[in-house]
Design a protein around this ligand. Sequence first.
Ligand code: ATP
Ligand code: MG
Length: 409
Amino acid sequence: MLFSKSFIFTQREDPKVAECKSHKLLLRGGFLFMVSSGIYSYLPLGYRVLNNINNIIRKHMNSKGAQEILMSALQPIEIWQKTGRDKDLAEVMFRFKDRKDRDICLGPTHEEEITEIIRRSVSSYKQLPMILYQIQTKFRDEPRPRFGLMRSCEFIMKDAYSFDKDNQGLDQNYEKMFQAYKDIFSECGLDFIDIEADSGAMGGNLSHEFMVPGDTGEDLLFKCSDCAKYFKNEGQCPDCKKKLEEAKMIEVGHIFKLGTKYSKAQEAFFLNEFGKRIPFIMGCYGIGVSRILSAIAEVNSDEKGLVWPKGVSPFDLSLVVLDDTILPKALELEEALEGEGLSVLIDDRQEAAGVKFNDAYLLGNPYILIMGKKYLKDGTIDLEIRKTRTSKSFKKGDLIKFLKDEYSR
Ligand code: ATP
Ligand code: MG
Protein backbone atom coordinates (compact mmCIF):
# COMPACT_ATOMS: atom_id res chain seq x y z
CA MET A 1 0.00 0.00 0.00
CA LEU A 2 1.24 3.47 -0.86
CA PHE A 3 1.30 5.90 2.05
CA SER A 4 0.64 8.81 -0.34
CA LYS A 5 -2.69 7.28 -1.39
CA SER A 6 -3.73 5.96 2.01
CA PHE A 7 -6.05 7.35 4.64
CA ILE A 8 -3.23 7.59 7.18
CA PHE A 9 -2.84 10.99 8.76
CA THR A 10 -0.42 11.28 11.63
CA GLN A 11 -0.17 14.22 14.02
CA ARG A 12 3.13 15.78 15.06
CA GLU A 13 1.89 16.98 18.43
CA ASP A 14 0.41 14.95 21.23
CA PRO A 15 -3.38 15.30 21.17
CA LYS A 16 -4.62 17.38 24.13
CA VAL A 17 -7.41 14.94 24.97
CA ALA A 18 -5.02 12.00 25.45
CA GLU A 19 -5.44 10.28 28.82
CA CYS A 20 -2.65 7.71 28.70
CA LYS A 21 0.23 6.47 26.56
CA SER A 22 -1.78 4.17 24.30
CA HIS A 23 -4.55 6.72 23.84
CA LYS A 24 -1.99 9.35 22.84
CA LEU A 25 -0.16 7.12 20.38
CA LEU A 26 -3.28 5.62 18.81
CA LEU A 27 -4.71 9.10 18.20
CA ARG A 28 -1.40 10.59 17.01
CA GLY A 29 -0.78 7.68 14.66
CA GLY A 30 -4.24 7.98 13.13
CA PHE A 31 -5.43 4.56 14.31
CA LEU A 32 -8.54 5.95 15.96
CA PHE A 33 -10.84 8.92 15.73
CA MET A 34 -12.32 10.16 18.98
CA VAL A 35 -15.98 10.94 18.33
CA SER A 36 -16.49 11.97 21.95
CA SER A 37 -15.55 10.66 25.38
CA GLY A 38 -15.97 6.87 25.36
CA ILE A 39 -16.95 6.76 21.66
CA TYR A 40 -14.45 5.94 18.92
CA SER A 41 -14.23 5.20 15.21
CA TYR A 42 -11.55 2.92 13.83
CA LEU A 43 -9.52 4.39 10.96
CA PRO A 44 -7.77 2.06 8.48
CA LEU A 45 -4.69 1.43 10.68
CA GLY A 46 -6.74 0.74 13.80
CA TYR A 47 -9.17 -1.40 11.85
CA ARG A 48 -6.32 -3.49 10.44
CA VAL A 49 -5.03 -4.16 13.97
CA LEU A 50 -8.55 -4.94 15.19
CA ASN A 51 -9.06 -7.42 12.36
CA ASN A 52 -5.75 -9.10 13.10
CA ILE A 53 -6.83 -9.58 16.72
CA ASN A 54 -10.24 -10.84 15.57
CA ASN A 55 -8.63 -13.36 13.28
CA ILE A 56 -6.37 -14.68 16.05
CA ILE A 57 -9.46 -15.06 18.25
CA ARG A 58 -11.42 -16.80 15.48
CA LYS A 59 -8.59 -19.22 14.77
CA HIS A 60 -8.36 -20.39 18.37
CA MET A 61 -12.11 -20.45 19.03
CA ASN A 62 -12.77 -22.44 15.85
CA SER A 63 -9.97 -24.86 16.71
CA LYS A 64 -11.88 -25.76 19.89
CA GLY A 65 -15.02 -26.45 17.88
CA ALA A 66 -16.82 -23.21 18.79
CA GLN A 67 -19.13 -21.87 16.06
CA GLU A 68 -19.38 -18.20 15.20
CA ILE A 69 -22.73 -16.42 15.19
CA LEU A 70 -23.81 -12.78 15.30
CA MET A 71 -26.61 -11.84 17.66
CA SER A 72 -28.73 -8.71 17.53
CA ALA A 73 -27.57 -5.58 19.33
CA LEU A 74 -31.20 -4.50 19.90
CA GLN A 75 -32.82 -6.57 22.62
CA PRO A 76 -36.36 -6.52 24.00
CA ILE A 77 -36.31 -5.77 27.74
CA GLU A 78 -38.59 -8.76 28.50
CA ILE A 79 -35.75 -11.24 28.21
CA TRP A 80 -33.86 -9.27 30.87
CA GLN A 81 -36.87 -9.21 33.16
CA LYS A 82 -36.81 -13.02 33.29
CA THR A 83 -33.44 -13.00 35.06
CA GLY A 84 -33.92 -9.72 36.89
CA ARG A 85 -30.80 -8.31 35.28
CA ASP A 86 -32.75 -5.39 33.82
CA LYS A 87 -32.38 -4.10 37.40
CA ASP A 88 -28.83 -5.34 38.11
CA LEU A 89 -27.49 -3.70 34.98
CA ALA A 90 -29.95 -0.76 34.92
CA GLU A 91 -27.23 1.85 35.32
CA VAL A 92 -25.12 0.75 32.39
CA MET A 93 -27.94 -0.19 30.02
CA PHE A 94 -28.78 2.12 27.13
CA ARG A 95 -32.55 1.78 27.15
CA PHE A 96 -35.30 3.41 25.10
CA LYS A 97 -38.74 2.90 23.56
CA ASP A 98 -39.31 2.18 19.90
CA ARG A 99 -42.18 3.68 17.86
CA LYS A 100 -44.51 0.89 19.00
CA ASP A 101 -43.75 1.81 22.60
CA ARG A 102 -41.78 -1.41 23.18
CA ASP A 103 -38.95 -1.27 25.73
CA ILE A 104 -35.65 -1.96 24.00
CA CYS A 105 -32.02 -1.92 25.08
CA LEU A 106 -28.70 -2.01 23.29
CA GLY A 107 -27.11 -5.25 24.45
CA PRO A 108 -24.48 -4.72 27.18
CA THR A 109 -23.89 -8.52 27.10
CA HIS A 110 -25.77 -11.51 25.67
CA GLU A 111 -26.40 -14.28 28.23
CA GLU A 112 -30.16 -13.69 28.11
CA GLU A 113 -30.36 -13.57 24.33
CA ILE A 114 -28.25 -16.70 23.72
CA THR A 115 -30.32 -18.57 26.32
CA GLU A 116 -33.49 -17.63 24.39
CA ILE A 117 -31.92 -18.92 21.18
CA ILE A 118 -30.93 -22.23 22.75
CA ARG A 119 -34.27 -22.59 24.56
CA ARG A 120 -36.07 -22.46 21.24
CA SER A 121 -33.59 -24.47 19.16
CA VAL A 122 -32.22 -27.28 21.32
CA SER A 123 -34.44 -29.87 22.97
CA SER A 124 -32.32 -32.99 23.41
CA TYR A 125 -29.03 -33.97 25.03
CA LYS A 126 -28.10 -35.40 21.62
CA GLN A 127 -27.62 -31.83 20.37
CA LEU A 128 -25.06 -31.10 23.10
CA PRO A 129 -22.37 -30.07 23.89
CA MET A 130 -22.31 -26.78 22.03
CA ILE A 131 -20.15 -23.64 22.12
CA LEU A 132 -21.29 -20.55 20.23
CA TYR A 133 -19.43 -17.26 20.03
CA GLN A 134 -19.65 -13.87 18.44
CA ILE A 135 -17.48 -10.80 17.95
CA GLN A 136 -19.78 -7.85 18.37
CA THR A 137 -20.23 -4.30 19.56
CA LYS A 138 -21.48 -4.00 23.13
CA PHE A 139 -23.03 -0.90 24.66
CA ARG A 140 -22.53 0.17 28.25
CA ASP A 141 -23.23 3.58 29.71
CA GLU A 142 -20.03 3.52 31.76
CA PRO A 143 -19.85 6.04 34.64
CA ARG A 144 -16.23 6.87 33.82
CA PRO A 145 -15.28 6.14 30.23
CA ARG A 146 -11.54 6.65 29.90
CA PHE A 147 -8.16 5.67 28.52
CA GLY A 148 -9.47 5.43 24.96
CA LEU A 149 -10.65 1.94 24.10
CA MET A 150 -9.78 0.60 27.55
CA ARG A 151 -13.09 1.69 28.98
CA SER A 152 -15.50 2.95 26.38
CA CYS A 153 -19.29 3.06 26.06
CA GLU A 154 -19.34 1.23 22.76
CA PHE A 155 -16.75 -1.53 22.58
CA ILE A 156 -16.05 -4.78 20.82
CA MET A 157 -16.29 -7.99 22.76
CA LYS A 158 -15.82 -11.61 21.87
CA ASP A 159 -18.40 -13.47 23.90
CA ALA A 160 -18.78 -17.23 23.88
CA TYR A 161 -21.38 -19.44 25.55
CA SER A 162 -21.22 -23.16 26.24
CA PHE A 163 -24.16 -25.51 26.79
CA ASP A 164 -23.80 -28.91 28.37
CA LYS A 165 -25.91 -31.73 29.70
CA ASP A 166 -23.92 -32.09 32.93
CA ASN A 167 -21.19 -30.53 35.04
CA GLN A 168 -18.49 -32.78 33.61
CA GLY A 169 -19.24 -31.39 30.18
CA LEU A 170 -19.04 -27.85 31.53
CA ASP A 171 -15.69 -28.63 33.15
CA GLN A 172 -14.36 -29.84 29.81
CA ASN A 173 -15.62 -26.83 27.85
CA TYR A 174 -14.32 -24.45 30.51
CA GLU A 175 -10.91 -26.09 30.22
CA LYS A 176 -11.02 -25.81 26.42
CA MET A 177 -11.86 -22.11 26.58
CA PHE A 178 -9.19 -21.55 29.24
CA GLN A 179 -6.60 -23.01 26.86
CA ALA A 180 -7.95 -21.05 23.88
CA TYR A 181 -7.66 -17.83 25.89
CA LYS A 182 -4.05 -18.54 26.79
CA ASP A 183 -3.28 -19.20 23.13
CA ILE A 184 -5.09 -16.03 22.03
CA PHE A 185 -3.36 -13.69 24.50
CA SER A 186 0.05 -15.27 23.76
CA GLU A 187 -0.41 -14.86 20.02
CA CYS A 188 -1.40 -11.23 20.60
CA GLY A 189 2.03 -10.78 22.20
CA LEU A 190 0.60 -10.05 25.65
CA ASP A 191 2.30 -10.87 28.91
CA PHE A 192 -0.71 -12.03 30.92
CA ILE A 193 -1.72 -13.88 34.03
CA ASP A 194 -4.88 -15.78 34.89
CA ILE A 195 -6.39 -15.64 38.34
CA GLU A 196 -9.54 -16.94 40.03
CA ALA A 197 -12.07 -14.13 40.33
CA ASP A 198 -15.48 -13.07 41.64
CA SER A 199 -18.42 -13.85 39.43
CA GLY A 200 -20.17 -10.50 40.06
CA ALA A 201 -23.29 -9.67 38.04
CA MET A 202 -22.78 -12.69 35.77
CA GLY A 203 -23.44 -15.18 38.55
CA GLY A 204 -22.28 -18.80 38.68
CA ASN A 205 -19.75 -20.49 40.90
CA LEU A 206 -16.31 -20.31 39.31
CA SER A 207 -14.62 -17.68 37.21
CA HIS A 208 -11.15 -16.70 36.07
CA GLU A 209 -9.87 -13.37 34.88
CA PHE A 210 -7.04 -12.80 32.44
CA MET A 211 -5.02 -9.71 33.24
CA VAL A 212 -2.18 -7.74 31.72
CA PRO A 213 0.02 -5.61 34.00
CA GLY A 214 -0.28 -1.97 32.95
CA ASP A 215 -0.52 1.50 34.51
CA THR A 216 -4.00 2.17 33.15
CA GLY A 217 -5.38 -1.00 34.70
CA GLU A 218 -8.33 -0.56 37.03
CA ASP A 219 -7.85 -3.84 38.88
CA LEU A 220 -5.32 -4.23 41.64
CA LEU A 221 -3.22 -7.29 42.46
CA PHE A 222 -0.16 -7.75 44.62
CA LYS A 223 3.13 -8.89 43.22
CA CYS A 224 6.28 -10.43 44.59
CA SER A 225 8.96 -8.69 42.58
CA ASP A 226 11.48 -11.46 43.26
CA CYS A 227 9.35 -14.49 42.45
CA ALA A 228 7.33 -12.62 39.74
CA LYS A 229 4.11 -14.09 41.23
CA TYR A 230 0.75 -12.31 41.59
CA PHE A 231 -1.66 -12.55 44.52
CA LYS A 232 -5.16 -11.26 45.16
CA ASN A 233 -4.46 -10.09 48.69
CA GLU A 234 -1.75 -8.06 50.33
CA GLY A 235 0.23 -10.26 52.76
CA GLN A 236 3.71 -11.51 52.08
CA CYS A 237 5.17 -13.85 49.49
CA PRO A 238 4.58 -17.39 50.82
CA ASP A 239 7.88 -18.50 49.27
CA CYS A 240 10.45 -15.78 49.92
CA LYS A 241 8.49 -13.82 52.57
CA LYS A 242 9.13 -10.55 50.77
CA LYS A 243 6.56 -7.74 51.14
CA LEU A 244 4.26 -7.65 48.11
CA GLU A 245 3.95 -4.60 45.86
CA GLU A 246 0.78 -3.21 44.34
CA ALA A 247 0.36 -4.01 40.65
CA LYS A 248 -2.25 -2.36 38.43
CA MET A 249 -3.82 -4.82 36.04
CA ILE A 250 -5.86 -4.49 32.84
CA GLU A 251 -8.63 -7.09 32.68
CA VAL A 252 -8.67 -8.42 29.12
CA GLY A 253 -10.81 -11.52 29.55
CA HIS A 254 -13.17 -13.17 32.01
CA ILE A 255 -14.60 -16.69 31.91
CA PHE A 256 -17.40 -18.08 34.07
CA LYS A 257 -18.98 -21.38 35.00
CA LEU A 258 -22.55 -20.15 35.09
CA GLY A 259 -24.30 -23.40 35.86
CA THR A 260 -28.08 -23.09 35.59
CA LYS A 261 -28.63 -19.47 36.64
CA TYR A 262 -29.89 -18.35 33.22
CA SER A 263 -31.39 -21.59 31.97
CA LYS A 264 -33.54 -21.93 35.10
CA ALA A 265 -34.70 -18.31 35.08
CA GLN A 266 -35.50 -18.44 31.37
CA GLU A 267 -36.89 -21.99 31.48
CA ALA A 268 -34.40 -23.32 28.98
CA PHE A 269 -34.72 -27.09 29.38
CA PHE A 270 -33.79 -30.16 27.39
CA LEU A 271 -34.49 -33.87 27.67
CA ASN A 272 -31.54 -35.82 29.08
CA GLU A 273 -30.69 -39.46 28.28
CA PHE A 274 -33.10 -40.62 31.01
CA GLY A 275 -36.00 -38.69 29.52
CA LYS A 276 -35.91 -36.04 32.24
CA ARG A 277 -36.36 -32.30 31.49
CA ILE A 278 -33.49 -30.42 33.05
CA PRO A 279 -31.94 -26.96 32.57
CA PHE A 280 -28.87 -26.50 30.36
CA ILE A 281 -25.54 -26.21 32.19
CA MET A 282 -23.90 -23.04 30.90
CA GLY A 283 -20.56 -21.27 30.76
CA CYS A 284 -19.72 -17.84 29.35
CA TYR A 285 -16.41 -16.53 28.14
CA GLY A 286 -15.65 -12.87 27.34
CA ILE A 287 -12.69 -11.09 25.79
CA GLY A 288 -12.49 -7.30 25.50
CA VAL A 289 -11.29 -7.18 21.89
CA SER A 290 -11.00 -3.41 21.65
CA ARG A 291 -9.49 -3.28 25.13
CA ILE A 292 -6.83 -5.77 23.97
CA LEU A 293 -5.93 -3.38 21.16
CA SER A 294 -5.32 -0.58 23.66
CA ALA A 295 -3.59 -2.91 26.11
CA ILE A 296 -1.14 -4.09 23.44
CA ALA A 297 -0.40 -0.46 22.57
CA GLU A 298 -0.07 0.49 26.23
CA VAL A 299 2.61 -2.08 27.01
CA ASN A 300 4.43 -2.01 23.66
CA SER A 301 5.84 1.43 22.97
CA ASP A 302 8.99 3.51 23.40
CA GLU A 303 9.75 7.24 23.21
CA LYS A 304 9.42 7.14 19.41
CA GLY A 305 6.02 5.51 19.23
CA LEU A 306 4.25 2.18 19.03
CA VAL A 307 6.01 -1.19 18.79
CA TRP A 308 3.39 -3.70 17.63
CA PRO A 309 4.10 -7.37 18.16
CA LYS A 310 4.28 -9.45 14.97
CA GLY A 311 0.87 -10.78 14.04
CA VAL A 312 -1.20 -7.81 15.19
CA SER A 313 0.71 -4.92 13.58
CA PRO A 314 -1.18 -2.95 10.92
CA PHE A 315 1.45 -3.95 8.33
CA ASP A 316 4.33 -6.39 8.60
CA LEU A 317 6.75 -3.84 7.17
CA SER A 318 7.18 -0.13 6.62
CA LEU A 319 9.25 0.54 3.51
CA VAL A 320 10.78 4.01 3.47
CA VAL A 321 11.70 5.14 -0.04
CA LEU A 322 14.13 8.05 -0.03
CA ASP A 323 14.41 8.72 -3.77
CA ASP A 324 11.56 8.86 -6.30
CA THR A 325 13.54 6.98 -8.91
CA ILE A 326 13.57 3.91 -6.62
CA LEU A 327 9.78 3.65 -6.41
CA PRO A 328 9.38 1.10 -9.25
CA LYS A 329 11.92 -1.15 -7.49
CA ALA A 330 10.11 -0.65 -4.19
CA LEU A 331 6.88 -1.78 -5.81
CA GLU A 332 8.63 -4.89 -7.16
CA LEU A 333 9.90 -5.67 -3.67
CA GLU A 334 6.40 -5.18 -2.26
CA GLU A 335 5.03 -7.65 -4.79
CA ALA A 336 7.68 -10.23 -3.88
CA LEU A 337 6.99 -9.78 -0.15
CA GLU A 338 3.25 -9.95 -0.63
CA GLY A 339 3.85 -13.21 -2.48
CA GLU A 340 5.27 -14.47 0.82
CA GLY A 341 2.16 -13.32 2.65
CA LEU A 342 3.69 -10.13 4.08
CA SER A 343 2.01 -6.73 3.98
CA VAL A 344 3.99 -3.58 3.21
CA LEU A 345 3.33 0.12 3.73
CA ILE A 346 5.51 1.99 1.23
CA ASP A 347 6.27 5.54 2.31
CA ASP A 348 6.46 7.26 -1.08
CA ARG A 349 5.39 10.70 0.20
CA GLN A 350 7.09 13.91 -0.83
CA GLU A 351 8.39 14.46 2.66
CA ALA A 352 11.80 14.87 4.28
CA ALA A 353 13.53 11.66 5.34
CA GLY A 354 13.17 12.68 8.99
CA VAL A 355 9.39 12.96 8.70
CA LYS A 356 9.18 9.52 7.10
CA PHE A 357 11.35 7.88 9.77
CA ASN A 358 9.40 9.55 12.57
CA ASP A 359 6.16 8.20 11.15
CA ALA A 360 7.59 4.72 10.62
CA TYR A 361 8.62 4.69 14.31
CA LEU A 362 5.29 6.15 15.42
CA LEU A 363 3.18 3.59 13.52
CA GLY A 364 5.27 0.77 14.93
CA ASN A 365 5.31 -1.93 12.25
CA PRO A 366 7.84 -4.60 13.38
CA TYR A 367 10.33 -4.03 10.53
CA ILE A 368 11.39 -0.85 8.75
CA LEU A 369 13.05 -1.21 5.36
CA ILE A 370 15.03 1.63 3.85
CA MET A 371 15.75 2.10 0.16
CA GLY A 372 17.95 5.15 -0.42
CA LYS A 373 21.50 6.05 -1.42
CA LYS A 374 22.91 2.59 -0.67
CA TYR A 375 20.26 1.01 -2.84
CA LEU A 376 21.12 3.33 -5.73
CA LYS A 377 24.81 2.52 -5.34
CA ASP A 378 24.75 -1.27 -5.10
CA GLY A 379 21.24 -2.53 -4.39
CA THR A 380 21.62 -2.63 -0.60
CA ILE A 381 18.42 -2.47 1.46
CA ASP A 382 18.68 -1.62 5.16
CA LEU A 383 16.35 -3.28 7.62
CA GLU A 384 15.71 -1.93 11.10
CA ILE A 385 13.99 -4.04 13.73
CA ARG A 386 11.54 -1.62 15.34
CA LYS A 387 11.67 -3.19 18.77
CA THR A 388 15.44 -3.40 19.26
CA ARG A 389 16.33 -0.55 16.87
CA THR A 390 19.09 -2.75 15.45
CA SER A 391 19.90 -2.70 11.73
CA LYS A 392 21.01 -5.19 9.14
CA SER A 393 21.81 -4.77 5.45
CA PHE A 394 20.69 -7.12 2.71
CA LYS A 395 20.45 -7.64 -0.99
CA LYS A 396 16.89 -8.29 -2.15
CA GLY A 397 17.04 -12.11 -2.27
CA ASP A 398 18.58 -12.46 1.20
CA LEU A 399 16.16 -9.93 2.63
CA ILE A 400 13.17 -11.94 1.46
CA LYS A 401 14.72 -15.11 2.85
CA PHE A 402 15.39 -13.42 6.20
CA LEU A 403 11.84 -12.08 6.51
CA LYS A 404 10.28 -15.36 5.43
CA ASP A 405 12.24 -17.00 8.20
CA GLU A 406 11.30 -14.38 10.80
CA TYR A 407 7.61 -14.81 10.05
CA SER A 408 7.61 -18.59 9.94
CA ARG A 409 8.67 -18.70 13.58
P1 ATP B 1 -14.76 -4.30 34.01
O1 ATP B 1 -14.63 -4.84 35.40
O2 ATP B 1 -13.47 -3.86 33.41
O3 ATP B 1 -15.85 -3.29 33.90
P2 ATP B 1 -16.55 -6.37 33.35
O4 ATP B 1 -16.32 -7.29 34.48
O5 ATP B 1 -17.74 -5.50 33.37
O6 ATP B 1 -15.24 -5.50 33.11
P3 ATP B 1 -17.33 -8.39 31.40
O7 ATP B 1 -18.77 -8.07 31.46
O8 ATP B 1 -16.83 -9.67 31.96
O9 ATP B 1 -16.49 -7.18 31.97
O10 ATP B 1 -16.86 -8.25 29.87
C1 ATP B 1 -15.86 -9.06 29.25
C2 ATP B 1 -14.65 -8.25 28.85
O11 ATP B 1 -15.01 -7.07 28.11
C3 ATP B 1 -13.85 -7.71 30.03
O12 ATP B 1 -12.95 -8.66 30.49
C4 ATP B 1 -13.16 -6.50 29.43
O13 ATP B 1 -11.95 -6.91 28.81
C5 ATP B 1 -14.10 -6.02 28.36
N1 ATP B 1 -14.83 -4.80 28.77
C6 ATP B 1 -15.77 -4.69 29.73
N2 ATP B 1 -16.24 -3.42 29.82
C7 ATP B 1 -15.56 -2.70 28.88
C8 ATP B 1 -15.59 -1.33 28.45
N3 ATP B 1 -16.40 -0.46 29.00
N4 ATP B 1 -14.75 -0.95 27.45
C9 ATP B 1 -13.92 -1.84 26.87
N5 ATP B 1 -13.85 -3.15 27.22
C10 ATP B 1 -14.65 -3.58 28.20
MG1 MG C 1 -17.77 -3.49 33.89
